[in-house]
Design a protein around this ligand. Structure first.
Ligand code: XIL
Length: 392
């Protein structure tokens, strides 16, 4: 323990000295490529100081914003200490698995004829008991379809499956949900369609209008929830993200011109700590274009993968924290942004342990709270972003 502490302190010192010595200074962290050296150098100047321990939800609320996290039922019920931290920090709760058709060991749709609301109901109650808002994720997403879907759903009955699912689930929670991700990840430029839509069973069975249909049914089922289109890959200045932003704008413009009842864009914001190409100007412009369509914006699934970052905890946490602050300081400048949600709260429970593991097998650290439920620099970074945000 002491030795580890010494090691990490020493690396921190090296970083600090590098800062004083100028850009040319090398950072003596093994297996760090030039990219990280520059990043660490620049970011090591930051202090991430905060002036109180006020929770993230309070800091957000002070600015008219909402902060919360996506959490799994199993983790919430198995660790009361975790549940306490969730209740302390979050103003909104999102079931990570429990409101998808099927995800992990949870089946909202165990078969074509029934619904199992038990885990999500428990979470909705937990949210209410702790004065949190509750958020629905997600009604239409090709990736969460259960095994039976393939044999049961076809172009003849797809429309009634879609309508029935949206109506039943939304009515079950009507009046209790802040916002619903009605359609998730519908764009796939690799499919090379002129409308940019991804080839999914819904597209195949119903054509591109399935998106409009889903929103219309949703608006009827719950007139109070904000209706959101949620998408990933919108964050960086790469050609790929640039094309995705354009495709999303085109889709949103199309929906608005048809009178589709859509209220907001959800930007997932799964960031990579090793990427250096976040361009504030381009991102700002995108947010402002979305806002000018009369839509709100929610940051819906934020985390920062540390998969390719140096193992050293001081360096790693600093780069992750900087990625949070760089992104949020730009996002929160846009008045249409109303909420920030992280995809998980503690490093102990994150999808990235499975989806973006480190090659050195060290535990991943993409979230604001560490695996022992203590706040990290990323927590400070988010706190500072809220403190510095203009009031809504
Ligand atoms: C992920 C969950 O976090 C994983 O545990 C699950 O195995 C797959 O789904 N975009 C989304 C989320 O919209 O629903 C995904 O959640 C992460 C990417």
């Amino acid at each position: 323990m002491y030795k580890n502490w010494l090691l990490t302190r020493r690396n921190a010192l090296r970083l600090g000295l590098a800062t004083l010595a100028g850009v040319g200074a090398t950072i003596d962290v093994q297996s760090v490529d030039t990219n990280y050296q520059v990043q660490s150098f620049v970011k090591s100047k930051r202090t991430f100081n905060i002036n109180s321990k006020k929770s993230l939800k309070e800091r957000a609320a002070n600015k008219g914003l909402i902060y919360g996290a996506a959490i799994r039922y199993d983790d919430l019920i198995s660790h009361p200490e975790f549940a306490k931290v969730v209740a302390q920090q979050c103003g909104i709760l999102v079931p990570e698995w429990e409101l998808k058709w099927s995800c992990g060991n949870k089946l909202l749709r165990p078969n074509p004829h029934s619904f199992d609301f038990k885990p999500a109901d428990w979470m909705a109650k937990f949210a209410k008991k702790n004065s949190m808002l509750f958020r629905g994720h997600t009604l239409v997403w090709h990736e969460s379809l259960p095994d039976w879907f393939k044999n049961q759903v076809n172009s003849q009955n797809a429309e009634s499956f879609l309508i029935d699912h949206i109506k039943t689930v939304m009515k079950h929670y009507a009046g209790k949900v802040h916002s619903w991700d009605v359609v998730n990840e519908a764009i796939g430029l690799w499919d090379k369609r002129s409308d940019g839509l991804r080839k999914t069973p819904w597209l195949e069975f119903l054509g591109g209008d399935y998106i409009d249909l889903a929103f219309r049914v949703a608006a009827e089922a719950d007139s109070q929830a904000l209706l959101v289109y949620n998408e990933f890959g919108l964050d960086y200045s790469t050609a790929e993200d640039e094309a995705k932003r354009n495709a999303v704008l085109k889709l949103l413009q199309h929906l608005k011109s048809k009178g589709t009842p859509i209220n907001a864009l959800g930007i997932q914001a799964h960031l990579s700590g090793d990427k250096n190409d976040f361009n504030p100007q381009k991102f700002r412009e995108f947010l402002s274009n979305v806002a000018s369509l009369g839509l709100k914006i929610m940051i819906t699934e934020m985390d920062v993968t540390d998969k390719k970052l140096p193992k050293d905890l001081v360096v790693r946490d600093r780069i992750v924290a900087a990625a949070y602050e760089d992104y949020l300081s730009v996002a929160l400048d846009e008045p249409a942004v109303i909420a920030v949600i992280t995809w998980g709260l503690s490093d102990r429970y994150t999808w990235l342990s499975e989806f973006q593991p480190r090659s050195d097998r060290a535990a991943v650290r993409p979230l604001p709270i560490d695996a022992a439920f203590n706040p990290k620099l990323a927590w400070n970074a988010i706190a500072r972003s809220f403190d510095n945000a203009p009031r809504r």
